[in-house]
Design a protein. Structure first.
Length: 384
């Protein structure tokens, strides 16, 4: 039997060019594996950050419309010197009690006995969320790491953060219901504030209805889990698929029910105290300027401002809250000059002073529990 003729390269002439190319590619991979001891890295694919670009565009457009008002508002900061110092002490005391109520809510949700752990965690995460874009998501990431490092079970921390994240806003939306009797028995109310009260009432009852549905039945929650799981897996096809999300949601729901248990009334008192004492700080700021508006109307203005603070465009709603609060206070009957001065005094204590307090709290926390937080906190704080 004769041998097949070969080419100058020593390869049989019957071997196709495609096979030759494939063999050469395999040889290159083998040499790469021999040199590095690892498989060759996959080709780099650049991803266009669509979500971040859209987020930045929306933020830019929003700031474009409110920026002149923000500049005008903060130009009045020197006028704060006209307010007597003891008013700032009263506002600070009310804000301190408001923070303490939120610590109590977290203690109930976590089953944590230590006020130190909950207090330092909330102060540090609150300060972090006010200097880094991402708002509540950034603060939640910090809270999770600090609480788990202090010894709290990770599953319990996640459940507690979720429970308080739903429970506290629900109480906020319920606050306008308090002002309804005063609205109907007092002088006429501006239509914008009345509409805010109506929207707040509708949202509150919607939250209660949906919450009750998810709390006491499994099927709606499982359906939500299936839809969410399908969306997540379609958006991340190159990653390991998410499985058993419906069952996980049901288990977490049961944990939330177990978290509050018979202590739901404590959670309600703490959540209500948190918002109402903060409202009291705003009323004290108004009193410091000589304004005496109806508290029921200030409550409506306060709820609108709190909703603006939940917008993720700027840390803590900075700028949007100030502009919105000045406008709604004027609708409540406060003069423009008094509304600006009261807003600046209130935000000085409620927004700016907790930032250095959070830094001190984090230093105290580290002295007891050590080490800095993981880098994942910073990465998770970027806008969606």
């Amino acid at each position: 039997m004769s041998e097949e003729p070969t080419t100058a390269t020593g390869k049989a002439s019957g071997v196709s060019e495609g096979t030759t190319s494939s063999n050469e590619h395999s040889a290159r991979q083998s040499r790469q594996l021999t040199r590095d001891g690892n498989l060759p890295a996959p080709p780099l694919r650049l991803r266009f950050p669509v979500k971040r670009v859209v987020f930045l565009v929306i933020t830019g457009v929003a700031l474009y419309f409110v920026w002149p008002r923000i500049v005008l508002l903060f130009s009045q900061v020197p006028e704060l010197r006209t307010i007597t110092w003891f008013w700032f002490l009263i506002i600070a005391l009310l804000e301190t009690l408001s923070f303490a109520c939120y610590w109590g809510l977290m203690r109930v949700a976590l089953g944590e006995k230590s006020w130190f752990v909950v207090g330092t965690t909330q102060l540090a995460s609150n300060a972090f969320s006010r200097v880094v874009p991402g708002g509540a998501a950034s603060g939640g990431s910090v809270s999770y790491q600090m609480l788990t490092r202090a010894g709290a079970p990770p599953a319990r921390v996640l459940t507690a953060l979720t429970a308080t994240g739903l429970f506290s806003p629900a109480v906020l939306f319920a606050l306008p219901l308090i002002s309804i009797p005063a609205i109907f028995t007092g002088p006429p109310v501006d239509r914008s504030l009345l509409r805010s009260a109506q929207i707040g009432a509708v949202v509150f009852f919607f939250i209660v209805a949906v919450g009750a549905l998810f709390l006491f039945t499994d099927r709606p929650l499982q359906e939500v889990g299936r839809v969410a799981q399908r969306i997540i897996n379609r958006s991340r096809r190159r990653r390991e698929p998410v499985e058993e999300l419906p069952e996980t949601l049901v288990k977490e729901r049961d944990l939330v029910k177990g978290v509050l248990g018979d202590r739901w009334w404590e959670a309600l008192l703490y959540a209500g105290g948190n918002w109402l004492l903060d409202l009291g700080a705003l009323l004290a700021a108004l009193a410091s300027t000589g304004a005496r508006p109806r508290a029921s109307l200030v409550l409506l203005a306060y709820v609108v401002a709190a909703l603006l603070g939940m917008l993720p465009f700027t840390p803590g709603g900075l700028g949007f809250v100030e502009v919105g609060l000045v406008g709604t206070l004027q609708l409540a009957g406060v003069s423009p000059a008094q509304a600006v001065l009261a807003t600046l005094a209130y935000r000085l204590v409620a927004f700016w002073l907790p930032i250095p307090a959070g830094l001190v709290a984090y230093v105290l926390y580290r002295r007891r529990y050590g080490g800095p937080l993981e880098r994942e906190v910073v990465r998770g704080a970027s806008p969606p």
